[in-house]
Design a protein around this ligand. Structure first.
Ligand code: PLP
Length: 435
């Protein structure tokens, strides 16, 4: 087996042997600790992206690593749905206590996309209906079922057809809302869901699927009351509300789940990413009444709920409940001030928005008008240049958003205030250097 000992080695092997879909921030990683990544040449980076919002308890968190190692010695695989085991039992019980309202029974899988597809299957089984409404610009995964829900055609080109019977409503994207002309939006923007149900479906609605804060769209935070109105519309049509908390869950927005922030209890709540701090695990959780629509054999996953991943998840939750979720909320208030000042200072910053430790800084060309004549034009080239500049300053910040023009600050929740300050100073330097 080849040994890869340098950044160039690793990248060359990727180019030769991995399918050419990988998009690199040009930071290969040999090891990581907390908020620090170390590449194969020994260079250290401050990580404010967490491998796309995953390592919420910090990279290689000691308690999580110890829990996974201990479980490796005990029992690694028997299929959760064939051999009941303690870690899955304990984790499901723990999730029942963490999730809002009467959400109680979980199904374990391996990823976010599987969680979303499983949730839609359950909603169909429970309601006896078929159609689904999701949001334009929303992201729910890349397998053919969840890709149908994902409201971004750039991920679908050349790969259609996806699942039928999905219609998309307008997102609560105040900065680019053509109805509200740049904001402020209010909860009445949710009425677009009603319009879409009436005009694009037969009315045979199984679920409305939304992210409480839209991550891949560019950290789009809905106005107060919006999520509750979507819930009411779904229920008016005897459909379920599925909150996709794959990205917002496990403390990311300053509460364990973002639905809580908006005082909404979804009928099904999906999870993945931060749940096990980097070990592959996904889940969806429903009330016992909804969950009981599934009968034996209706759904299964060979690896889902793997004991090692569940043990890691239990330790992750301990860490999050040990103060990290509260820290995320406090950091979020501080970031509101700091990034608000960045928005004021730079006319290329169209908007800085977020909750907890889930923030986006939307970069624009102020001399051009944006899509549908609203706000300024997205500037993805600037975002790429800023990201490169940050990397050269040893700071890893993501780039995303529907228009690929949003800088993503989603660090491990273990980040120190001084590290956040360093990231913001570096962002300002990068904006100074590139504009
Ligand atoms: C809200 C949301 N749902 C689903 C997914 C898909 O998760 P995965 O990549 O684990 O399949 C993502 C991934 O970014 C996501 O952000």
């Amino acid at each position: 087996m080849a040994e890869h000992r340098s950044n160039d080695d690793v990248t060359a092997a990727y180019e030769e042997y991995l399918m050419p879909i990988w998009k690199s921030l040009d930071v290969p990683v040999e090891r990581a600790d907390g908020c620090t990544l170390v590449d194969y040449d020994g260079t250290e980076y401050l990580d404010v992206f967490s491998g796309i919002a995953v390592t919420n308890a910090g990279h290689t968190n000691e308690a999580v690593v110890e829990a996974a190692k201990a479980q490796l010695d005990e029992f690694v695989h028997g299929c959760t749905y064939v051999h009941p085991h303690g870690p899955a039992a304990a984790l499901a019980e723990r999730i029942a206590g963490l999730t809002p309202g009467n959400l109680k029974q979980s199904f374990f899988c391996n990823s976010g996309t599987e969680a979303v597809e499983g949730a839609v299957k359950l909603a169909r089984k429970y309601t006896g209906s078929k159609e689904v409404v999701a949001l334009e610009m929303g992201f729910h995964g890349r397998t053919l079922g969840s890709l149908a829900l994902t409201g971004n055609s750039s991920y679908k080109r050349g790969m259609a057809p996806t699942l039928n019977d999905v219609a998309h409503a307008a997102p609560p994207y105040a900065y680019r809302c053509s109805r509200c002309d740049g904001g402020p939006c209010d909860e009445s923007c949710a009425d677009d869901v009603e319009r879409v149900v009436a005009s694009h479906t037969s009315g045979d609605l199984a679920a409305v699927v939304v992210e409480p804060v839209m991550g891949e769209a560019g950290m789009v935070v809905p106005p107060e009351g919006w999520l509750a109105r979507v819930e009411a519309i779904a229920h008016d049509h005897d459909a379920l509300l599925i909150c996709d908390e794959v990205q917002t869950g496990y403390g990311r927005t300053g509460t364990m789940f973002a639905s809580e922030r908006f005082d909404v209890t979804p009928d099904i709540l999906t999870q993945a990413k931060g749940i096990a701090n980097g070990l592959p695990l996904g889940a969806f959780t429903a009330s016992a009444e909804v969950a009981n629509a599934f009968e034996a054999g209706d759904h299964l996953s060979t690896f889902g709920g793997n004991p090692v991943a569940c043990a890691a998840a239990l330790a992750t939750i301990d860490e999050l409940e040990g103060g990290l979720v509260d820290d995320a909320r406090e950091h979020g208030e501080w970031l509101r001030e700091e990034l608000g000042a960045v928005e004021e200072a730079y006319d290329v910053v169209g908007e800085a928005r977020g909750l907890g430790l889930m923030w986006g800084v939307e970069l624009v060309d102020p001399s051009e008008t944006g899509p549908q004549g609203v706000s300024a034009a997205p500037d993805p080239d600037l975002a790429r240049a800023v990201s490169d500049h940050l990397r050269d300053a040893n700071v890893v910040m993501g780039v995303g958003g529907f228009y690929k023009n949003v800088m993503r600050l989603q660090p491990p929740l273990t980040i120190e205030r001084s590290q956040l300050q360093r990231a913001i100073d570096a962002l300002r330097d990068a904006l100074d250097a590139t504009t």
